[in-house]
Design a protein. Structure first.
Length: 97
């Protein structure tokens, strides 16, 4: 997963490996929690890669909701994007009481 993410982000060295590994672990926990499952299915790895890339691109602007300058406007999502939620819903389990 680490190598795929580095390729997608255009990273050619090992300098960011620790950071990306932390983001992978956080994304896995986020997805497992959302789906209410305990283990990551192998076929969910592509979804995790997407979450990691989103998290990586948000670094340094985590609290930014909206910004506008020189005619350019930026808005960042604060949760799992809807298209990724739709993919995760295939793995989602109901919580038992």
């Amino acid at each position: 997963m680490l190598e795929n993410i580095k390729i997608l982000l255009g990273i050619n060295d090992d300098i960011k490996d620790n950071l990306i590994t932390i983001l992978i672990n956080k994304s896995i926990r986020k997805a497992l929690d959302y789906c209410n499952i305990l283990e990551l299915p192998t076929d969910m790895e592509g979804i995790i890669e997407e979450l990691v890339i989103i998290s990586y691109n948000r670094l340094g602007s985590e609290g930014l909701q909206s910004e506008s300058y020189s005619g350019i406007s930026q808005t960042f999502i604060s949760d799992i994007p809807d298209d990724i939620k739709r993919q995760l819903n295939a793995y989602k389990r109901l919580k038992t009481l």
